[in-house]
Design a protein around this ligand. Sequence first.
Ligand code: SF4
Length: 325
Amino acid sequence: MSELRPPHTPHVLQKFEHPDWTVAGEPRASVALTRLDTLWINTGTLCNITCAHCYIESSPTNDRLAYITREEARAFYDEIATGGLGTREIGFTGGEPFMNPQILELIEDALARGFEALVLTNAMQPMRRPRIEAGLLDLNRRFGRRLTLRVSLDHHGQALHEAERGGTWDKTVAGLDWLAGTGLSVAIAGRTRWNETEADLRAGFARLIAQHGWPIDANAPAPKTDPRQCVLDPNDPGTWRPCRPPPWPPTGLVWWDVFAIPSGLAAASNTNPANVIPGYFKMRSRFVDYAGLYVLHCHILIHEDRGMMFSVNVGKPLTTVLKHH
Ligand code: SF4
């Protein structure tokens, strides 16, 4: 249970030293966890390849996140049970998950506890080792379609896939060919960064899938997202739209970066028929350890010129508290 006052320590608290109290001796922000649908486990940052876009800069030498162990993952599964978190699925990502020496045990434990398991993989050499192939066949026999492997194939054409991932096409396609013959549940994760429509992309993947006879439906609906969720993908112009349902302001938008700021709205009133409500956007940030004045700026000069350089004054925490682990 949390302490009700800052801890008495023989030294001055360091940043992030105490889980409940900040350096300034104030209660750390918190958010109550009500449900955890998917628990994502990072199996470690090592990967057999180095992709241009990798979100975590994985490579054959990046071991900044060590391999998670079976014991550590079990503790998370226990936490789900004791906390009654209602978790449906355990997702495994990396790095390349099949580089982790205990990946089969990690997956097996998840499945044995009744979770679904989803493994993101490049389907290359780490997955193709005899021990791993045999283990996957065994898991498929025992747990069937509760285990899914999602293979990263950025584009249905070799050239664009390899623009991201180097000369990996043949090996990944061979991995998909092997998976297709096993009866394992398989999916493909493509990307939308080349300004093709979703329909064109799906058609391209459908041709490739048919050519190889992979048991994958290129027209399967995308995973459901909460309709209230606003998703903006900088690489997908289709998502560059106001973050609320129509009707939208008639004159479009004035700022186009990560979030769209609506243009002003005419709001005539008795006293001022030409009243205009300026475009308005509220973004909430979480400031945990620092209160006071500082400069917020964008390092892109043209953005600074357009107003993204200003002073921010962080005040005392409000009564609503936020917390993440
Ligand atoms: S295969 Fe995945 S984890 Fe490995 S470098 Fe590429 S994007 Fe990163």
